[in-house]
Design a protein around this ligand. Structure first.
Ligand SMILES: COc1nc(N)nc2c1ncn2[C@H]1C[C@H](O)[C@@H](COP(=O)(O)OP(=O)(O)OP(=O)(O)O)O1
Length: 169
């Protein structure tokens, strides 16, 4: 199973609303959909290091590793087999201005205007809670064969309020 990360930088917008930095993915899995910056772990890399690297590579933001708050662990199953395991982080400690890359167009979005209809089918089930400060472990089942982003979302299990306090990797 592939080990991946997602990182959700957050800030207070001009009118005091909470905003999240999303990307419109320009290539790879989930191309054309909105998501957080993220991707696969490289050899020898911790999840936290991966989230920092991917956020920098995809949108040019500098993220403080120790200020990444672990918010979730998601398992995506395809036809009953583990396909992707994803560590989810949020952070309010980011520096720089987001810039587009070959992989991603970045956009700050108010958290009550997140475009769930242009995201993975599972996102509306867990991302609102994560953006409100909750923690979650989720399992999401897809069927229909590769690639995952053309398979059908068929079911899920969620557990909220999980502690990741011991997870500093
Ligand atoms: C199945 O539902 C998913 N929902 C969400 N929100 N995100 C998902 C889902 N499945 C995979 N992801 C995430 C996990 C990764 O952060 C990205 C992309 O995965 P992948 O490793 O295939 O992406 P690439 O851009 O090809 O990889 P690199 O950036 O490592 O080159 O999607």
């Amino acid at each position: 199973m592939r080990e991946t990360t997602l990182c959700f930088p957050m800030r207070e917008g001009r009118d005091g609303e909470t905003e999240v930095l999303l990307i419109e993915k320009r290539r790879g899995l989930g191309e054309g959909w909105y998501n957080g910056p993220g991707g696969k772990l490289e050899a020898g890399e911790t999840p936290r290091e991966c989230a920092v690297r991917e956020t920098h590579e995809e949108v040019g933001l500098e993220v403080e590793p120790s200020a990444l708050e672990k918010a979730g662990e998601l398992t995506f199953l395809l036809d009953g087999e583990g396909h992707t395991f994803c560590h989810v982080y949020r952070t309010r400690s980011v520096a720089g201005e987001p810039t587009a890359s070959e992989e991603a167009y970045p956009e700050w979005v108010a958290i009550d205007e997140v475009p769930y209809e242009q995201m993975w089918d599972d996102d509306h089930l867990w991302l609102p809670g994560v953006l409100e400060g909750e923690t979650v472990v989720g399992k999401f089942r897809f069927e229909g064969g590769q690639p995952l982003d053309e398979a059908e979302f068929v079911g899920h299990d969620l557990e909220w309020g999980v502690s990741f306090a011991a997870d500093r990797k």
